[in-house]
Design a protein around this ligand. Structure first.
Ligand code: G3P
Ligand code: CA
Length: 389
């Protein structure tokens, strides 16, 4: 099964259709011819087939295999590939000197050993980011050379004690390093290495002179990942960031959607009164489909929970998004009880695994196109079960 929902005839769709036709014409070529072409182009076989060629449900390794390794490290990304994940996620924030690095947030207090570096003690500060106050150390106050002296560590050691085994093993990767790594892994493994790349706090970073989108587009172009059929999704919780990216590159785009009552931060700054509840209406989805190819809703927008935290009845979001030609990549599936719906928890230890397969079965049955997972091996097995049914 591949991504099969209809799409609106937007500019990107037309480009995609042309590319698909071109691929269709060559798909009958013998594997040897593909290998020869790969040797000519320096790209792995299959490169450039587009997101509709990905297996469905697509398993996206959330921050790498973050259920097993400290998130956003080359070790976490490599382990995700070894487990068979279809796509590897990166979240991007900038350094003071304008490099893009892979961190879930600019506050690096909880995911690095920065607090153990006396030479950086004076950098600890308090700031407001998207209306929330944080105290800690922030990527935009460090040069890349300084950040590279730090080591990454497990974010939730109380829940994932085993992962602390790897604390200090890896540095913070730059996105350019990840692109080079993905190219190398693609050649080594003979397959496309798909990435799913998020711009974090784009309005905030633009306001301090560190706009993310142009920097990201430049790197994607340098690595030939800026085309409609390139193996990369770009995503953001701020629709204006996705719209800006749509003018810079042709890569498939995904608008992330948080809880129904929330407002994207760029809407807050622009005085746009719409909430996520407005964006998941047919009209809101049509607006998203005018510039993006997919949505990344929180799983609760797909199947809401009741007051006791148990899964309820699915919403119409999957049907409505597909009707607008949008794919759905909801977030985030995790195996531990503490993250599972109440009816899929097992035992009383919050850090123990619950019935992740049972929960995934319910989510996949809704028709979602993929899922972000901290445990890609679990999600892959569940996807296999789902396809076999
Ligand atoms: O980008 C999809 C998912 O990762 C969104 O949640 O907060 O983990 O970036 P977050
Ligand atoms: Ca993310």
């Amino acid at each position: 099964m591949t991504q099969g929902a209809p799409r609106t005839p937007a500019r990107r769709t037309l480009l995609g259709a042309a590319g698909a036709a071109a691929f269709g014409a060559s798909a009958g070529l013998a594997a040897g011819a593909g290998t020869a072409r790969a040797a000519e182009t320096g790209r792995p076989p299959g490169h450039g087939r587009g997101y509709r060629s990905l297996p469905v449900p697509t398993v996206i390794a959330h921050r790498g295999a973050s259920g097993y390794r400290p998130e956003h490290t080359l070790g976490s990304y490599r382990h995700a590939l070894d487990l068979g994940a279809h796509v590897i996620e990166q979240d991007l924030v900038p350094t003071r000197d304008g490099h893009l690095v892979c961190r879930h947030e600019n506050d690096i207090t909880g995911t690095t050993d920065v607090a153990d570096h006396p030479e950086f003690a004076s950098r600890r500060t308090t700031k407001s980011v998207d209306g929330v106050t944080y105290t800690g150390w922030f990527t935009e106050d460090f040069t890349l050379a300084e950040l590279k002296t730090l080591r990454a560590g497990e974010r939730i050691p109380g829940t994932r004690q085993e992962n602390t085994l790897y604390d200090g093993r890896w540095t913070i990767p730059t996105f350019e390093e990840v692109l080079r790594w993905a190219d190398e892994e693609g050649r080594r493994r003979g397959r496309e290495i798909w990435l799913h790349v998020e711009t974090k706090h784009p309005s905030y970073f633009r306001s301090i002179g560190l706009g993310l989108e142009e920097r990201l587009a430049k790197l994607l172009r340098r690595h030939g990942r800026h085309r409609a059929h390139s193996p990369v999704f770009l995503q953001s919780f701020e629709p204006s960031s996705v719209q800006r990216l749509s003018k810079l590159v042709d890569s498939p785009l995904v608008v992330l959607l948080s809880g129904a009552s929330t407002r994207p931060w760029d809407f807050v700054e622009a005085g746009d009164p719409r909430t996520v509840a407005d964006l998941v209406t047919p009209a809101g989805l049509r607006w998203i489909a005018s510039y993006a190819q997919g949505i990344g809703p929180t799983l609760d927008l797909v199947i809401p929970k009741d007051a006791a935290g148990r899964l309820g009845t699915p919403t119409t979001l999957v049907r409505d998004a597909h009707a607008e030609g949008l794919i759905l990549h909801p977030y985030t599936q995790r195996n531990e009880n503490t993250f599972l719906p109440a009816d899929f928890r097992r035992g009383t230890d919050p850090a123990a695994y619950g019935d992740a397969f049972g929960a995934l079965e319910r989510y996949f049955a809704t028709g979602i196109d993929g899922v972000f997972s901290d445990n890609p091996d679990t999600a892959l097995l569940a996807a296999e079960d789902f396809r076999a049914r």
